[in-house]
Design a protein around this ligand. Sequence first.
Ligand code: SF4
Ligand code: SF4
Length: 113
Amino acid sequence: MDEEFKCVRCGNCCRWSGCVKVTASEIDAVAVFFGVSPQEFIGRHTRLMPDRQGLSLLERTDGACEFLIDGPPAACAIEPVKPAQCKDFPYRWNFPGWRDECMAGHGRKKNAG
Ligand code: SF4
Ligand code: SF4
C-alpha cells in the first residue's frame, strides 16, 4: 500500500459506473448482515455482469452503488461485509482513470458530497 494513501471518504470510487462484483461467499456474508436469504439478496440487490461470469451489486439511478451513503463523509451501508473489489481499491483493484476520481490518489475531481 502506498504510504501516502489515505482515504478521505469522498465516495467517488463508489460512484464509478462499472460493476461491483460479488462472489458467492460475499453474497452469503451480506445476506447474513441483512438477515435475508442469499436468494433474496441476489434477487433484490444484484444483476448479471455483462460478461455473464458473475453477479454485480445494483446501481442507483445516478450510477452509484446502491449501498453508498452520500456524505460528506461518504460511507458504505455494508462496510463490515463489503466485497473484495471494494476493499482492494485502489491498489489491488482499480479502474482506468481512478487517480482522477480518487481524492487520496491526488484526484482532480471535486468532492461530490
Ligand atoms: S459496496 Fe460499499 S464500498 Fe463497495 S461500491 Fe458499494 S458503497 Fe462502495
Ligand atoms: S475515491 Fe479514494 S478517497 Fe474517495 S472514497 Fe474512494 S478510496 Fe477513498
